[in-house]
Design a protein around this ligand. Structure first.
Ligand code: PSU
Ligand code: MN
Length: 310
């Protein structure tokens, strides 16, 4: 085990007896939602994983330790901002460890730590991707490179239309990352079920997805997968409202010269403000739904493993 890793006892026990475990990220808590809804959501998401018979492992860097599974106190400290955690992606983790710092792991950061801990399934809201205008800014999220390299499957509600969705899919295709629509043929666009962009593959059940993941990794094909789970129709938002908010947020972002790691948190916060409380409610609902699905896939994955005797 890596010397910087701290696996919570409950998670370690689950792994010992072959219970399914689902990793959860922390940037969504610190940079994706306001206090106190962020803590409430983190707890609801953990409860959703448990309700499926799996164990949640929320991941973060605390005082330089790579934490897998957080206590109530640790979750609260992260969520209320008192540790001022920074965004922790692949490039940031070494410095945080060296300086005993605090960081909230992004999709990329969470995948890295989950892999170290032997966790294969991870649930979140939306992944990072190729930003609009990337041909000028070169702004491509490190999440995509991590999906290319690290053996963890990410269940999400697609990607927000703050990104260039066709370019994001092209990038994932180049890198050999399977993108699987869960009961859909379209890439969901986070707040809405449709994007007009087709997904390359579709699955109808958690068992089918578990089989695909198992095949990929038994074949020795390194890297992750994206499982795109559309938001439920009752929580989806009208496309016109979202599109307008995104257009405004993108204009402001360019006008203010926001760059680098600040771009995504800036856009997320502005879109949330511009759409009011509705978008937060949708956001919470879709993360919970993804947690349920990830737990179901993790369960199937473990049961195939047991059947095969490994
Ligand atoms: N997209 C969302 N919500 C989020 C993020 C993205 O709809 O919370 C977060 C995730 O943690 C993701 C990160 O990994 O933003 C991507 O940031 P960047 O574009 O800087 O790589
Ligand atoms: Mn970026």
């Amino acid at each position: 085990m890596n010397r910087f890793l701290d696996i919570a006892e409950e998670v370690a026990n689950a792994q010992r007896v072959g219970m399914p475990v689902v990793a959860l990220e922390s940037t969504i808590i610190t940079h994706g939602m306001p206090w106190p809804q962020n803590l409430e959501t983190a707890l609801k998401v953990e409860a959703a994983v448990r309700s499926e018979g799996a164990i949640p492992a929320t991941i973060a860097v605390m005082y330089g330790r790579l934490k897998v599974g957080l206590s109530m106190d640790e979750l609260t400290l992260l969520a209320n901002g008192s540790l001022s955690p920074s965004k922790a992606s692949r490039r940031d983790i070494p410095l945080l460890v060296a300086r005993r710092g605090n960081g909230a792991t992004t999709v990329a950061g969470t995948m890295i730590v989950a892999r170290m801990a032997g966790i294969r399934l991870f649930a979140t809201g939306g992944i990072g991707g190729v930003h609009r205008g990337a041909e000028k800014t070169w702004d491509v999220s490190a999440d995509l490179e991590e999906l290319a390299a690290t053996d963890v499957a990410v269940v999400c509600a697609g990607a927000k239309a703050i990104l260039d969705l066709p370019k994001t899919l092209e990038y994932l295709e180049t890198k050999g990352v399977p993108v699987i629509g869960y009961q859909t043929s379209e890439l969901p666009a986070f707040y809405s079920r449709e994007s007009g962009v087709r997904v390359p593959m579709r699955a109808e059940s958690p068992a089918e997805i578990a089989e695909l993941l198992r095949a990929k990794w038994l074949l020795g094909l390194a890297g992750g997968a994206v499982i795109a789970n559309p938001i439920s129709p009752e929580h989806a938002m009208p496309k016109a409202i979202i599109d307008r908010a995104i257009a405004t947020a993108l204009e402001e972002c360019a006008a203010k010269g926001v760059q680098g790691a600040e771009v995504t948190p800036y856009l997320l916060a502005r879109v949330a403000e511009l759409t009011g409380g509705d978008s937060l409610e949708s956001n919470i609902a879709l993360v919970i739904s993804n947690a349920h699905l990830a737990a179901k896939i993790a369960k199937e994955f473990e049961s195939i493993r047991t059947q095969d005797g490994d």
